[in-house]
Design a protein around this ligand. Structure first.
Ligand code: MRU
Length: 360
C-alpha cells in the first residue's frame, strides 16, 4: 500500500536520539514535525495527544523507553533495570485506557530481563531491535487487518467511522481505516462518513484529513447525525478501532462508539471492530474492568471556540472512552482473522495458538 501522507505518524531517528512525530493537535492546519529527546517531553506528547491512537501510543512509548535508557551509564543489570523501570512507570501513566501502551512497555522490559546476563551496552542494542520490531510488526498487523476487513466490504459501500483509526493512529495503514485505504488502492470506491468525534474532533480533523489526502470520498458529520445518516440508507457498515478489548469481547473505544453500536443494531447495519492483537487484554474479564480516562472540562467548553461556549464554572463530564457490550459487535477483526461471537470462545481459541514465535 502506498503512503498517503507525506510524513510518518511515529518514527525513531536513532542517529539524533529522537522520537519523531507529527503534532496531531495542530492537524489539519499545520503538519508540525516534533523531535522529542527527553522522557518528560515524550510522556507529555502521549498525555496531550500530540501522538495518539492506541497502536501509535504503544510504538511511541517503546521508542521513548529505548531513548530513555539509550545513554545509560549503569554498570550492573540491577542499576540498568531500575532506570528502565522508572522510565517505564513514567510513560505507563501517561494515559490509562489503551492497553497497547502497557503492552509495548512490558514487552520492552521483558526483553531487557531476557538478556540480563549480557553487558548493558548490548542490552541497549537489543532494546533498539525490540522497539523497531514493535514498530514493524504494527505495520504488518495493520496491513493484515486491512486484508481481512476488506473481505467484509463491497465496492460502493457507505462506511461510518468514529474518531481516527487510520494511519494517524498507527505506524501505518490504520486499523478501522486500513480496509478503506487498501480497497481504494485496489480500485474500489467507498463513501466514508466521519463522525466529528467530540470533544477533540479526531474525526473532523484527522480522519477527514487523511482520507482526503488519499483522494477518498469523505463527509464529516456531527456525532448526533449518525442516526439520520443510517436511516437514509447511506451506511452499509460501521468500522471502528479499539483501545482495549476484554476477554469476553467487550470493546472500549473513543466515547460515542457504544451509541453507534446501538444505532447500528437498530438499523440492521453490521458493526465491525478492528484492531491488532496488542489491543486485546486477556487479563481483563469484561469491559467493566477497563479504566476510562477522564479529561479536562476545557476540552468541552473552550478548546475550539473563540469564546467559552458554556457558562463559566459549569460541571462537565468528559470521559474519553466508552465500552460497547460484546452483544452489539458483529465481528472483531485482528491481524489473525475475523472473529465472530461468542467472543469468549473465539478469543480464547485465537490466543491459545499464540506462541512466542508468532506473538506480534
Ligand atoms: O484519544 P485517542 O485519540 O487516542 O483515541 C483513539 C481512539 O479511540 C481510536 O479509535 C482507537 O485508539 C483505535 S486506533 C487504531
Amino acid at each position: 500500500m502506498k503512503d498517503i501522507l507525506p510524513f510518518e505518524t511515529v518514527a525513531l531517528n536513532d542517529e539524533d536520539s529522537a522520537l519523531v512525530i507529527v503534532d496531531q493537535t495542530k492537524l489539519p492546519n499545520e503538519a508540525e514535525i516534533l523531535r522529542l529527546k527527553e522522557l518528560p517531553d515524550i510522556r507529555n506528547a502521549i498525555r496531550t495527544l500530540q501522538v495518539r491512537g492506541a497502536p501509535a501510543i504503544g510504538v511511541a512509548a517503546a521508542f521513548g523507553l529505548y531513548l530513555a535508557v539509550k545513554h545509560s551509564e549503569a554498570r550492573t543489570f540491577e542499576a540498568f533495570a531500575a532506570e528502565l523501570k522508572a522510565a517505564k512507570d513514567s510513560l505507563n501513566t501517561a494515559r490509562p485506557t489503551a492497553v497497547n501502551l502497557s503492552w509495548a512497555l512490558n514487552r520492552m522490559e521483558k526483553a531487557a530481563h531476557r538478556y540480563q546476563d549480557k553487558p548493558v551496552a548490548r542490552i541497549i542494542k537489543l532494546l533498539h531491535e525490540e522497539c523497531m520490531a514493535i514498530y514493524e510488526e504494527d505495520i504488518l498487523m495493520c496491513r493484515r487487518i486491512g486484508e481481512h476487513g476488506l473481505r467484509l466490504l463491497k465496492d460502493g459501500d457507505g462506511i461510518l467511522t468514529h474518531c481516527n483509526a487510520g494511519q494517524l493512529a498507527t505506524s501505518k495503514y490504520g486499523t478501522a481505516l486500513s480496509p478503506v485505504h487498501l480497497g481504494r488502492e485496489r480500485g474500489m470506491n467507498f463513501r466514508v462518513y466521519a463522525d466529528e468525534t467530540r470533544p477533540l474532533l479526531q474525526g473532523a480533523r484527522l480522519t477527514a484529513f487523511e482520507l482526503m489526502a488519499g483522494g477518498m470520498d469523505v463527509t464529516v458529520i456531527c456525532d448526533n447525525m449518525a442516526s439520520q445518516v443510517m436511516k437514509n440508507g447511506w451506511v452499509q457498515a460501521v468500522l471502528v478501532g479499539c483501545d482495549r478489548v476484554a476477554k469476553n469481547g467487550d470493546v472500549c473505544n473513543k466515547i460515542g462508539t457504544s451509541a453507534l453500536a446501538i444505532l447500528a443494531k437498530h438499523y440492521g447495519i453490521p458493526f465491525y471492530v478492528l484492531g491488532p492483537s496488542s489491543t486485546i487484554d486477556m487479563s481483563i474479564e469484561t469491559g467493566e474492568d477497563i479504566p476510562i480516562e477522564q479529561r479536562a472540562a476545557e476540552e468541552v467548553t473552550t478548546l475550539w471556540y473563540q469564546k467559552p461556549m458554556a457558562p463559566e464554572g459549569v460541571q462537565v463530564y468528559n470521559p474519553a472512552f466508552d465500552v460497547t457490550p460484546n452483544a452489539l459487535v458483529t465481528a472483531i477483526i485482528t491481524e489473525r482473522g475475523i472473529l465472530r461471537p461468542p467472543y469468549s470462545e473465539a478469543l480464547a481459541a485465537d490466543f491459545s495458538v499464540i506462541t512466542p514465535k508468532n506473538t506480534p
